[in-house]
Design a protein around this ligand. Structure first.
Ligand code: ZN
Ligand code: ZN
Length: 363
């Protein structure tokens, strides 16, 4: 099968023939229909987050089951599925208490470099984030998949595997936004836009979108933002205080920077919560003003939207099919795998929502 291989950080991916193993007892082989190019992939491609090389990135993937292992009972060939990197064991303390994104059980969350699923010319190729979706097929643990209704378009379903799940879950699970509360979202990429849309669905009374690119802000308005802040036009915290003088109940950081994390903290009201969704690079420290803790302000991380993806994905699909969650508009272009580097460069330029790699002939 063809896959896009990251051989060295900072280099374009190489689309090449890669061998994929047959499913082990609890594994599922999926024919990829679509895979989104997510900003987190850039962190690995650029070497900001380490990973063993060579590897196949891509973790926002949907497709059709081709084959299942001997112990798999939940899936059968022909099922439509979304992959999620939040593979879970189902029996560790985190899973049992409903925080399956924190599951680290090594027999499902294989430590980097240990998955023996991909090879090229007889040499090992590393699977990234248990998925490696920039490929015609993926081989994953059955707990990395959720079955979805067959009438859901798979190119839009792919987005639910990471960006939409992460933004939606950050609002609904991590922060628990309630109807009438006020929200600010810093960064209007795929995840920030999904958070804005989820805040709208959750009934937030003010949804303040913050970005430096006017087109992204206008896009945010179409997904439910009530107020727009152009961060290039002056201090975004001061601009936010003109809209909601006391500060917002919830601020979401969806970029992964020290400065915007500190802004999220500064934007929240007494008793408010700042939720950091972005991937802050290793070694970066965030500074918070100490007396703010006496105002019962809270700051928290959110990993993959604290998802319960087997429950969340079908719910998000229902909301999409009813027109309440927008997915069509999030996709700015569809390209074949052969042009994946163009999609990565477009993401780097920062002026589009989402590129999806699609594979012809898959349902
Ligand atoms: Zn992602
Ligand atoms: Zn677990």
């Amino acid at each position: 099968m063809l896959a896009a291989v990251l051989e060295r950080t900072g280099q374009p991916l190489v689309v090449d023939e890669v061998s994929i193993a047959s499913p082990g007892p609890r594994e599922v082989l999926v024919r990829t229909a679509a895979v989104g190019i997510c900003h987190s992939d850039l962190h690995f491609i650029d070497g900001i987050y380490p990973c063993p090389l060579p590897t196949v990135p891509g973790h926002e993937v949907a497709g059709v089951v081709e084959a299942v292992g001997s112990q798999v009972s939940e899936f059968k060939p022909g099922d439509h599925v979304i992959g999620c990197l939040s593979v879970f064991c189902g029996h560790c303390p985190h899973c049992i208490t409903g925080r399956l994104v924190l599951c680290a059980t090594p027999d499902v969350k294989l430590p980097p470099g240990t998955a023996k699923r991909l090879s090229r010319g007889g040499e090992h190729v590393n699977q990234l984030l248990q998925l490696s979706g920039y490929a015609e097929q993926i081989l994953v643990h059955e707990h990395a998949l959720v079955k979805i209704r067959p009438d859901m378009p798979l190119d839009r379903a792919a987005l639910i595997g990471c960006a939409v799940m992460t933004g939606f879950g950050a609002v609904v699970h991590s922060a628990g936004v309630r109807a009438g509360e006020t929200v600010a979202v810093i960064g209007c990429g795929g995840i920030g836009l999904a958070a804005i849309n989820a805040a709208y669905v959750a009934g937030a009374s003010r949804i303040i979108a913050v970005d430096r690119i006017p087109a992204k802000l206008e896009f945010a308005r179409s997904l439910g933002a009530t107020d727009l802040i152009d961060a290039s036009a002056g201090d975004p915290v001061a601009q936010m205080r003109e809209i909601v003088p006391g500060g917002v109940d919830h601020a979401f950081e969806a970029i992964g920077l020290k400065q915007t994390t500190e802004q999220a903290w500064q934007m929240i009201a007494s008793g408010g919560t700042a939720t950091v969704i972005g991937m802050i690079p290793p070694g970066v420290k965030v500074e918070l003003h100490g007396p703010d803790f006496l105002r019962e302000k809270k700051i928290q991380g959110s990993l993959m939207g604290s998802n319960r993806f087997r429950v969340d994905a079908p719910r998000i699909i229902e909301l999409y099919l009813q027109g309440r969650i927008k997915l069509d508009e999030l996709i700015s272009q569809r390209i074949p795998l052969a042009r994946i580097n163009e999609g990565i460069e477009a993401l780097r330029d920062g002026n589009i929502a989402r590129t999806v790699v699609t594979f012809d002939g898959v349902a």
